[in-house]
Structures are given as structure tokens and as C-alpha cells.
Design a protein around this ligand. Structure first.
Ligand code: 1CP
Length: 342
């Protein structure tokens, strides 16, 4: 199907759109009764491996919520299987790596891959989805730090102590691992765009756990590698992380066209700091959706009054929580779409 709703891409390019575009991180997920029904029959990884089901799950929120972009249903850990790293996604926990990276020697276990061969089913899903939707499809990867944190911690972490220990004690092996991840993820993004994605988001969800000087030394060069390797792709590149107020300028300088803001920062201050060439995306506090409408509406107004007129994409400051009511998400979408029109 042809893309008829261009508002998301226009905002990414800082062009004037006829309404504020909306999409939600984790817009396909457990808050939807239909998704929970599908998950009774398929694991999360089954969905990712099955293009027909993946297309269905990706499409559902576009229909239900009236959002201006779809995001490929997948997970940042999916390319691990193509890198020779065995893992599973465990119920109510998240990704678990069976044999985490513990020593510098372990880094040699990480293989480079040809995404069009090892992840061909993702390309198939993207093609199916693009045939069926009239909004842009966003492809994505996890950024090297966030992926490395799962590889080293073995699963979700609170303080990232093993990752930081590895980084400080084995800096050569750290940089080698980050470089492999950066190159693999750029190749995987290229494959997603060649298959039909109109924009990409790089999720560095957990990098805000590093101070600015560590970001500059241990992460930034690899983000430059990743963004440089896809600089020729004519699609907007969005860079998102949580608790990243102290490194937003660096996240822009890597090569991002759009910086995703988490809900702790104020949109006008961040947009001003990032300057006129960068669009911003965000950043409603996900818990605000659980509030009564009058409270939620005042938070929406607070955000929308401060959002830049051009180059703004409405989203949450992090993913939708499972207890969220889909009806409220629909109401938010309609409210943002009509904002400033009457
Ligand atoms: O079984 C389930 O339904 C569990 C929840 C779930 C979902 C819906 C997981 C496990 N992954 C996904 C799909 C997913 N993951 C999507 C597509 C859905 C959409 O956005 O519509 C995306 C974009 C991701 C990306 C992802 N996975 C990130 C980056 C975004 C973020 O939330 O910061 C991260 C960190 C992951 C790892 C992951 N996968 C799943 C969980 C519960 C987690 C986080 C675990 C942790 O706290 O470390």
C-alpha cells in the first residue's frame, strides 16, 4: 500500500505537517486483549519468526489507535541468534542470555552476520506489513551499549555493575565488542530499510546509566560508527534512551535526525538545547495514562504547549505499560491530532 499519511516523516524532517504525528513505544503489546490472545498460541519469538503473525501484530495498533506510524514487531535481542548467542525472552522478566559474555576471550564468540540471509524472515515481515499499511513503518535496533548490557549481565539489570566492570577492566575487549555490535546493527538497519522501512529508531534504552565522560569514551565512538554506516540511507534516524538529559547533545552529534526524549526532561528546554536542525520525539510520562482524564489532559496540554511547532513527534517518554487502557491511548491520539485546530 502507498503511504498516504506523511505527517510522521514530515515532522522527522522538520517540515510542517497538517497535524502533530503520534505513535507509542510498545504500541503492540500486553495492554491489548488481542495481543494477549495471540500470545497464548505463540511465544514472543514465535511471533517475530512468523511474518504473517508479525504483520498482524504490527498492524493492530495502527487500526485501533489511529497512530501515524507503525513499528515493526520485534525485539532488540532478535539479532543475537544470528550472532551465535543463545537466549530466550522469559515471561515477566525479559531477555535472558544462556552464556553471558564474562571474559575478554568470550567476545570472539560474537559473529558478524549477513542480515539478508540470517534475518530473512524480518525482511519478509516488513514487506507484508508495508503491503497493508498506509503509514510509514519504523524499523529498529538496540544500540551497542544496551545490547552489550544484556550480553554481559545475562538479563535485565538495575545497576549495570557487570557491564561497567567489564568496560573498565577490559577496555580493549569492550571496544571490540561494541564495534562488532555497531557494524552488525548498521547492516541490520540497512536490510530493514531495503525491505521497506521508512524510518529507523536506535534504542539505547539503558545508556543513561553512564556519566557523560564514560559515554564519550566507551559509547560515543561506536554510535558514530553505527550512524556513519547508515548515513547514506535517506530515511530519518531516531535516537532514544532513558534518563539521557545529560547526554542529549551527544546523542544528536552521533548523527541522529530525531532525538527521543524520556519523560524526565522538559520538551522546550531539550528542543532549544538540541537546536534548529534536530527534531524531537516524546515524552509523556507513561504512568500519566493511568490518571483520570482531567489530570492526563493537563499533562498533555503542558507538553503540547511547549512542543516545537515544527519537528515534533508525540510519543511517550518510554514504553506503554501493560495495565494501560487502549481506549485512553485512542483518546490521547485524537486529542493530539486535533490540538491547535480549534
Ligand atoms: O511477551 C511479551 O509480550 C513481553 C513484552 C515484550 C514486548 C511486547 C518484550 C520483552 N519485547 C517486546 C517487543 C518489543 N521490544 C518491541 C516491539 C513492540 C512495539 O514497540 O510495539 C520493541 C520496540 C522492543 C524493544 C526493546 N526490547 C527494548 C527497547 C525499548 C525499551 O523498552 O526501552 C528493550 C530494552 C527490550 C528488551 C526487552 N524485551 C522484553 C522486555 C520485557 C524487555 C526489557 C527488559 C529489561 O527491563 O531489561
Amino acid at each position: 500500500m502507498k503511504i498516504t499519511n506523511n505527517s510522521f516523516l514530515q515532522a522527522c524532517r522538520r517540515e510542517k505537517a497538517d497535524h502533530i504525528p503520534v505513535w507509542f513505544m510498545r504500541q503492540a503489546g500486553r495492554y491489548q486483549p488481542e495481543y494477549r490472545e495471540i500470545r497464548k498460541k505463540y511465544t514472543l519469538l514465535d511471533i517475530c519468526h512468523n511474518p504473517e503473525v508479525c504483520a498482524q501484530v504490527t498492524h493492530l495498533p495502527v487500526e485501533q489507535l489511529g497512530v501515524d506510524a507503525a513499528i515493526l514487531f520485534s525485539d532488540i535481542t532478535l539479532p543475537f541468534e544470528a550472532m551465535n548467542i543463545a537466549f530466550d525472552i522469559v515471561e515477566n522478566k525479559g531477555p535472558v542470555i544462556f552464556e553471558p559474555i564474562a571474559t575478554p576471550e568470550d567476545v570472539s564468540r560474537l559473529l558478524s552476520f549477513d542480515a539478508s540471509a540470517s534475518l530473512a524472515y524480518v525482511g519478509e515481515s516488513i514487506k507484508l506489513i508495508c503491503d497493508r499499511i498506509d503509514v510509514p513503518l519504523i524499523g529498529f535496533v538496540g544500540a551497542p551499549f544496551t545490547l552489550a548490557s544484556y550480553l554481559i549481565e545475562g538479563g535485565p539489570s538495575k545497576n549495570f555493575s557487570k557491564s561497567k566492570g567489564f568496560m573498565y577492566n577490559h577496555s580493549d575487549a569492550w571496544h571490540q565488542m561494541m564495534n562488532i555490535l555497531a557494524l552488525n546493527m548498521s547492516a541490520y538497519l540497512r536490510y530493514q530499510v531495503e525491505s521497506g522501512c521508512s524510518a529507523v529508531q536506535i534504542f539505547d534504552s539503558w545508556v543513561g546509566n553512564l556519566g557523560r565522560e564514560d559515554y564519550l569514551e566507551y559509547v560515543y565512538p561506536h554510535m558514530v560508527t553505527l550512524f556513519s554506516a547508515i548515513a547514506d540511507l535517506k530515511v530519518p534516524k531516531i535516537h532514544f534512551g532513558v534518563v539521557t538529559g545529560h547526554i542529549l547533545d551527544l546523542m544528536r552529534d552521533c548523527g541522529a535526525d530525531v532525538v527521543g526524549l524520556d519523560w524526565r526532561v522538559q520538551v522546550d528546554q531539550s528542543a532549544k538545547m538540541l537546536g534548529p536542525d534536530t527534531a524531537v520525539q516524546g515524552n509523556l510520562e507513561p504512568s500519566a495514562i493511568l490518571a483520570p482524564w482531567n489530570v492526563l489532559k493537563s499533562k498533555l496540554d503542558y507538553l503540547l504547549e511547549r512542543a516545537p511547532e515544527k519537528g515534533f513527534i508525540f510519543n511517550l517518554g518510554h514504553g506503554i505499560m501493560p495495565q494501560t487502557d487502549g481506549e485512553v491511548l485512542r483518546r490521547i491520539t485524537d486529542y493530539v491530532h486535533s490540538y491547535g485546530r480549534n
